[in-house]
Write a protein that binds this ligand. Structure first.
Ligand code: F3S
Length: 652
């Protein structure tokens, strides 16, 4: 019976998986996401990321302004961080922690050290490591090349040597190189920096290739670790390198002739492609066994794959993760940050043992026998659908304003960041968008782009609808004389507009205050909450006139209890005219002192005797309540004084 064996270490390594995840997370936030070179050398993933708005650039200079950069697992030299900083670009560092360890190692070497670095000098990881070396460095790809370069080196004996390798360097060549170096360099420290994931993958591929009649290596043709696997396997049996399952067809005959077929995959090959290759191979084979290859594979290898939706039963709860049984041989677990978006949430408050929950497979690790799952991402996917559908149904969504950005705000709703342009934010043109920060808002979706996972919303659309409803209710219930509480919305020279909730009413200047004011802003300010009375209505034109001044504040009522004609009062000159001066008796009532009533003698010019601000005594000579007019006289007061003086008894 023909056998198909997949290497257990095939597929994403820790560092690649981490970098891919970080890139997808950035892409989900919207905006432009840039990488320096493809995140991984896999055309399938690269295409998918491109569809989600992730673009790859060769240099920092090419990255557009405002883009958020993800530094891929290979790492970069320090110069790149400097360039990003100079451009003011934000970045997320997805450099694999194992590569970062090499960066620290080479950067910390003391003066007089020669660094011997095994690797491809053109590979980005090696370029990055070389950039972190602060001592001279020799890069070599084979033991022979190292020997040649060491022989050319002057003053060999003056150096201490350290030796490190690109994480994906071929193990057999590394061993040969270290043996050779030991013979030449007396003061040598060897740091085996080849990633164990790579070692395990290479060793497993070699073991498998030795027993197989044919091998399939899956991975990008530009991926160095995939090419190394291909070279290793080729040394033992006919080997085919494919990037996708469709490429298997031309090799049908090779597989027919093979009794044992081995499959392995590079560190940047997603599990779904491995699965596809397994399925395709099953279809390529026409032999009539009891079990198809696919069935055999299903039985012996993964029963779940990345991106699959599964149902799990909670079997254990720890502070940082929960365990779930998803019905496979793998131990399922959900890290706390994959359970919820809320950084303050506790696992035990969210689930209990025995709960059945829907989950998304994030990573199947056949080496460790574990499957990492996520509820958060599934919820986010459901949230994304909800947001996309709201664009079609017109449903009103709610969310929290998380960021003010150029041209608008971002609202987090159902796990999706929705862009609300400033013009749709409900904030006036000259207003401050920051007033919306961290507030819950209701909005409608105006535009969506499924491929780019973007949505554009409008708070104003909801406000407009709400105002329409309120306006309808207002006109059904309003009547003259009814009191309302509203907010001052705008102020003009002639009046004030008050938002009564769905309807704006106008207070004319004469209905605003009993006092004499030059501008309505002396009485109210925008944003003031005021109680007003409906003065008049025009339902046809949808116009409402309001009164703000109160009857009890009417100065003509007040003066009745304070003064009467004949009273002598101290008044303040408020204005001067050609025919007299107006003087305030009480706030709201200015009486006229006619030019003929200013002095005993004839006055040619009012300003010869009075000026604005003077306080003088005068007699009230008229209070006309109907015409709202008051008259004063200084002359009458003086005459009274004269008469009193004449009538006073003369002392002998
Ligand atoms: Fe890191 Fe090893 Fe992968 S170094 S990127 S985990 S191959």
């Amino acid at each position: 019976m023909r056998q198909i064996i997949t290497a257990k270490s095939a597929g994403f390594c820790f560092g690649v998986s981490r970098a891919v995840e970080m890139t997808y997370q950035e892409a989900a936030l919207g905006g432009t996401v840039a990488t320096l070179g493809p995140v991984i050398h896999n055309p399938f993933v690269t295409r998918d990321l491109e569809e989600k708005g992730v673009r790859s650039y060769d240099t920092v200079a090419e990255i557009p302004d405002g883009a958020r950069v993800v530094i891929r697992a290979h790492g970069v030299p320090p110069e790149i961080y400097r360039q990003l900083e100079n451009r003011g670009l934000q970045w997320k560092d997805a450099t694999c922690p194992f590569v970062q360890k090499i960066h620290r190692l080479v950067a910390q070497q003391p003066e007089g050290t020669m660094i011997l670095l095994a690797g491809d000098p053109t590979h980005p990881e090696v370029v990055g490591i070389a950039g972190h070396c602060n001592q001279p460095c020799i890069i070599f790809q084979t033991a022979e090349e190292l020997m040649e370069k060491l022989q050319e080196l002057e003053n060999k004996g003056d150096y201490s040597y350290i030796m490190a390798a690109q994480t994906t360097f071929r193990l057999s060549e590394w061993k040969k190189s270290t043996e050779s170096a030991k013979k030449v360099c007396t003061n040598l420290k060897i740091f085996d920096t080849i990633c164990k994931a790579t070692v395990v993958r290479q060793e497993e591929a070699e073991t498998l290739a030795r027993q197989a009649d044919a091998m399939v290596v899956i991975g990008g043709r530009h991926s160095s670790n995939t090419l190394k696997l291909y070279q290793i396997c080729q040394g033992h049996c006919p080997t085919v390198l494919v990037e996708e399952a469709e490429e298997l067809e031309p090799f049908r005959n090779l597989f027919h002739a093979a009794r044992i077929i081995g499959i392995t995959a590079g560190a940047s090959t997603p599990a779904c492609i491995i699965k596809e290759v397994q399925k395709s191979m099953s279809r390529l084979d026409n032999i009539n066994n009891d079990m198809t290859f696919e069935e055999m594979l299903e039985q012996s290898f993964k029963s779940t794959y990345n991106g699959e939706k599964v149902t799990g039963i909670v079997t254990g709860i720890k502070p940082n993760e929960i365990s779930v049984d998803i019905g496979t041989k793998h131990a399922g677990y959900v890290p706390l940050h994959e359970l919820t978006d809320d950084p303050n949430a506790k696992a035990e408050d969210l689930v209990k043992v025995g709960d059945e929950i829907e989950l998304l497979v994030v990573r199947v690790n056949d080496v460790e026998g574990t499957t990492m799952l996520s509820k958060r991402r599934l919820d986010a996917a459901a949230g994304f659908e909800k947001v996309m559908n709201a664009g079609e149904t017109g449903e009103i969504l709610t969310g929290i304003v998380t960021e003010v950005i150029k041209g608008g705000v971002l609202v987090l709703s159902n796990g999706v960041k929705v862009f609300i342009p400033a013009s749709q934010s409900g904030v006036p043109r000259d207003g401050d968008l920051n007033t919306l920060l961290r507030k819950e808002v209701s909005f409608k979706i105006l535009e969506t782009n499924r491929q780019r996972r973007r949505a554009l919303g409008s708070i104003s659309a909801v406000i407009r609808e709400q105002r329409k409803e309120l306006a309808k209710a207002f006109w059904e219930n309003v009547e003259i004389g009814k009191q309302y509480t509203g907010t001052v919305k705008s102020i003009t020279n002639f009046g004030v507009f008050v938002d009564l909730g769905g309807v704006d009413g106008r207070i004319g200047l004469s209905d605003l205050t009993w006092l004499r004011v030059k501008h309505p802003s002396e009485v109210v300010s925008i944003g003031d909450v005021v109680t007003v009375t409906v003065k008049d209505l025009d339902p046809e034109e949808k116009k409402v006139s309001l009164i703000y001044k109160k009857a009890e504040d009417n100065p003509w009522e007040k003066i009745k209890t304070l003064h009467q004609v004949g009273d002598v009062v101290t008044v303040k000159i408020m204005s001067i005219t050609a025919f007299g001066a107006f003087a305030q008796i009480i706030p709201g009532i200015d009486g006229l002192i006619h030019i003929s009533q200013i002095a005993r003698e004839r006055v040619e010019k009012v300003s010869d005797k009075l000026k604005v601000g003077d306080e003088v005594q005068a007699k009230i000579t008229e209070l006309d309540y109907d015409r709202k007019r008051a008259s004063l006289s200084i002359k009458a007061l003086l005459q009274d004084e004269d008469t009193a003086a004449e009538e006073a008894p003369v002392e002998e």
